[in-house]
Design a protein around this ligand. Structure first.
Ligand code: ASP
Length: 422
């Protein structure tokens, strides 16, 4: 992906230096790039419904019949609460710093071909998203199949999948086994297809980013820096304030000693941008350095790395609200609290389905963007800084799981390393 960005930059700088941006040839080139970008985004869109349905059904079905009931309950409560806090920190940051409130012409350039809103968005924004009570109405679509076919109705798919997963766990043993295997298989298949689509991201990124860079040029730098700053500040607040307080007052361990002990894990997550790839080293450090027993570490860490993505949830929230702010500037649409609530809710849920591999959050962002009715092509701008921010959010994801593991181990009465007062 980095190479795609470099290629894109070389092309843009060459065309700009040679003052060829307005020529018919360059315009045809831009159209070609837009086509490639659209092609790639279609691949992502194709995965939205199956990915969210299969991961929520599996998560719910396995979660509600967990054998280690007490540990499972503690782990799920930690994941839910920490993700909720992360998303609200993201919400607070993006509302305070307003990275998307920029000059109207620049915002239009950044949105590029996505600057025109689809018909169904106008309906959503004027009718159904305007009241909080309507948010709840959208949780239950009258027809699940038309909801699956309609980009703006992801919320209904989520409710249906959660109910479906829950009732799988209530089936008689033989039927439940069949269902669990079936949905696990489907989830595996969809994740493999996701990997293939993501493997094409360098070409897709080139197609998405080049037209934006060509049209907006250096003006892009300032809003992008504010956007990146908002995300990083959100991560810093989450780790340095929330996780530190949690470790100190709930886990009763010294936070910075834990962060230092986990440095190899941070580096691994940072350099691979993959929580899954960081699992072996995280397990090793949490058992050998932090002193958590294998019984707890081997349950909570793999589970956390699969379903608990706080950094990703925070990031999703900031991205979608940033895009909403851009539309607010260009189209004059006012997004109310119910829209923001919807983003919070979706960020919480979709982060569960994000795979621990590079760039997989973008599929979740695609889901949220379509569920608020915006064109998914609008996320083009985000690709410019995607890899850079992926390193940070993966590090936050993995660090959060190690913190959860230590806190759960302490609550089970384990004597872990670096307790307070020693
Ligand atoms: N790369 C992240 C991880 O592995 C997932 C994402 O946010 O894209 O945790």
């Amino acid at each position: 992906m980095v190479s795609a960005l470099c290629c894109s930059l070389v092309v843009v700088i060459s065309l700009r230096c040679a003052q060829l941006v307005e020529t018919p040839c360059t315009q045809a080139f831009i159209q070609g790039c837009e086509w490639v970008g659209k092609f790639f985004m279609n691949g992502l869109k194709m995965l939205v419904v199956p990915l969210i349905a299969s991961s929520l059904i599996c998560g719910m079905a396995f979660g509600s019949q967990s054998e280690c009931k007490r540990l499972g309950l503690k782990a799920f409560s930690f994941y839910f609460l920490s993700c909720m806090v992360a998303v609200f920190i993201g919400l607070g940051m993006v509302n305070a710093l307003q990275p998307g409130h920029i000059d109207q012409a620049l915002a239009a350039k950044i949105l590029g071909q996505a600057n025109t809103l689809p018909e169904h968005f106008i309906q959503l924004s004027t009718e159904s998203t305007s009241k909080i009570s309507d948010f709840f109405l959208r949780l239950f679509p009258s027809n699940i199949f038309s909801a699956a076919a309609d980009n703006g109705q992801i919320l209904g798919i989520i409710t249906f999948s959660l109910l479906f997963g829950f009732f799988i766990s209530r089936l008689p043993e033989t039927l439940r086994e069949v269902q669990l295997r079936l949905w696990e298989g489907i989830q595996q298949i969809i994740r493999n297809i996701t990997r293939i689509v993501i493997a094409f991201s360098p070409i897709g990124v080139f197609g998405l980013v080049t037209p934006i860079l060509l049209q907006a040029g250096c003006d892009l730098l300032q809003p992008l820096l504010v956007f990146v700053g908002t995300v990083l500040l959100g991560f810093a607040t989450y780790v340095l304030i929330f996780l530190s307080l949690l470790l100190r007052f709930v886990g009763k361990v010294r936070p910075f000693a834990h962060f230092r002990a986990m440095l190899p894990v941070w580096f691994m997550a940072f350099s691979t941008s993959s929580s899954a790839a960081s699992l072996p080293i995280a397990l090793d450090k949490i058992e050998t350095v932090s002193g958590v027993s294998p019984k707890i570490a081997r349950f909570t860490l793999p589970l956390g790395i699969t379903i608990n993505m706080c950094g990703t949830a925070l990031y999703e929230c900031v991205v979608v609200l940033f895009l909403m702010q851009l539309y607010q500037v260009t189209q004059g649409i006012v997004f109310g609290w119910s829209d923001q609530l919807m983003v919070v809710f979706m960020a919480l849920l979709t982060s569960v389905g994000v795979a621990g591999i590079p760039a997989s959050a973008l599929i979740a962002i695609t889901m949220i963007v379509s569920s608020v009715g915006l064109p998914i092509e609008s996320i083009g701008i985000v690709w410019v800084v995607e890899r850079f921010l992926d390193m940070f959010r993966t590090a936050v994801n993995v660090l959060n799981d190690t913190c959860g593991t230590v806190i759960i181990a302490r609550s089970e009465g384990e004597k872990t390393a670096y307790p307070i007062g020693q």
